[in-house]
Design a protein around this ligand. Structure first.
Ligand code: PLP
Length: 431
């Protein structure tokens, strides 16, 4: 057996925070992060051999659960034929076609290796196509860690965005305007003021990176109308929602046609893939056919393409989305009922297999400003307890839970049992 405490210490000596991505360090909740040794289906096994029911799903990609046999087999078969070619491969063409079939607005798709790259590249294309520099994003939406998107709202509408990370020059942050979700008025004012300089509005149509801030359909429709009126593009960042809420993501569910869609997470089936798509007129402006440069040594990697293709194939089986919806509803209702039984103020937002437990009174928030920061503290009171009872939830109150096709009724029952015990024990801190 590996010495686990030693491994944790070694991880922190060898890597900043002991992690390759910050939230994994458990900075926002008590206790050390377990190191994961393996995972299968809906369950994770840590380096001590302890089992957990996973509600994180590697932060979104694992809609089929861990190590799905069809995906693993597809990757293994691809690996035997070569790990990377630096040339177009058959699986790449097949996955491109499978994506375009699910997103009919797309006539061309370009593969990259992460969601960050997908959004960064779509923004570059939007700027290239419109000849404009400014971008509009929403408070609480996350679009990866490229400079221009690590930006927070300045003080008041008239000011420009300010960097939300050290190392992002003000001159770059200034090109991004940050507005509140669900606020038509602020957008109208912003576009009246500088609409002619705005290349695109960028939104997660299902905002799921600061809780789950479900938008009114009218708000998304308003974005479409406003961008058209001002000659700006509308970019749907579907890195989480793509293939998650429906085969064609929020684009399909909302019936709204954006100009560009960015994908990641599920499209790689657990391997590093991102993609962006749009009309031929837009996408042909990307190199080599057009002047917008974008490239990648490992883009369209054959193993990643095989994993994505196998995942989309499994998702196309009958009843998959209905099953996810049913399990999502079961978990949502169970959580809400337990919270109600113990008179704990909370709401549970959900769309399909994506859930957010928010430990504050009232309706689920629709914008970032409506989230009570005390709810995060309350979440911290139950996170460790749930983990010890074998339920692996995100180590941050602002992260959503993901169900997969591998979650059974038994898993959900066990989650609900652990949850009820945990909230009863922490009750004094939750009311
Ligand atoms: C995860 C995420 C990204 C970034 O994807 P990475 O693969 O982590 O770079 C971008 N947009 C959204 C909506 C995401 O959830």
């Amino acid at each position: 057996m590996v010495e686990v405490s030693d491994l944790l210490e070694r991880s922190r000596r060898a890597m900043p925070g002991g992690v390759s991505s910050p939230v994994r360090a458990f900075g926002a909740v008590p206790g050390d992060p377990p190191l994961v040794a393996s995972a299968n289906g809906a369950e994770i096994v840590d380096a001590d051999g302890k089992r957990y029911i996973d509600l994180v799903g590697s932060w979104g990609p694992l809609i089929l659960g861990h190590a799905h046999p069809a995906v693993v087999e597809a990757v293994a078969q691809a690996a035997r034929k070569g790990l990377t070619f630096g040339a177009t491969c058959p699986g790449e063409v097949e996955l491109a076609e499978a994506i375009l079939e699910r997103f009919p607005l797309g006539e061309r798709v370009r593969f990259v290796s992460s969601g960050t790259e997908a959004v960064m590249s779509a923004v570059r294309l939007a700027r290239g196509a419109t000849g404009r520099a400014r971008i509009v994003k929403f408070e609480g939406c996350y679009h990866g860690h490229s400079d221009g998107l690590l930006v927070q709202a300045g003080s008041g509408l008239a000011t420009f965005g300010t960097p939300s990370s050290a190392g992002v020059p003000e001159q770059i942050a200034e090109l991004t305007d940050v507005v509140s979700l669900n606020d038509e008025e602020a957008l109208t004012q912003l576009f009246a003021e500088r609409g002619h300089d705005i290349a695109a509005i960028l939104i997660e149509p299902m905002p799921a990176n600061a809780g789950l801030l479900l938008q009114r359909p009218e708000f998304l429709a308003f974005l479409r109308k406003l961008t058209r009126e001002h000659g700006a593009l509308l970019i749907f960042d579907e890195v989480i929602s793509g293939f998650r809420v429906a085969p064609g993501g929020m684009t399909e569910l909302s019936g709204i046609t954006p100009d560009l869609v960015t994908l990641g997470k599920i499209v790689g089936g657990g391997m590093p893939v991102g993609a962006y798509l749009g009309s031929a007129a837009l996408m042909e402006q990307v190199a080599p056919n057009g002047p917008v440069y974008q490239a990648g040594t490992l883009s369209g990697n054959p193993l990643a393409m095989a994993a994505g293709l196998a995942t989309l194939h499994e998702l196309a089986q009958p009843g998959v989305y209905e099953g996810l919806e049913e399990k999502g509803r079961e978990l949502q209702q169970g959580l809400a009922a337990a919270l109600a039984r113990h008179a704990i103020p909370a709401n549970v937002a959900r769309l399909g297999s994506v859930l957010w437990l928010n430990l504050q009174e009232g309706e689920a928030p629709r914008d970032f400003g409506a989230i009570d920061s005390a709810s995060a503290e309350r979440y911290g009171r139950i996170h460790r307890d749930l983990l010890e009872r074998g339920v692996w939830m995100a180590p941050s109150a602002y992260e959503v839970a993901f169900l997969s096709t591998a979650h059974t009724d038994d898993h959900i029952e066990r989650i609900l049992q652990a949850f009820e015990t945990s909230i009863v024990e922490a009750k004094a801190a939750l009311v």
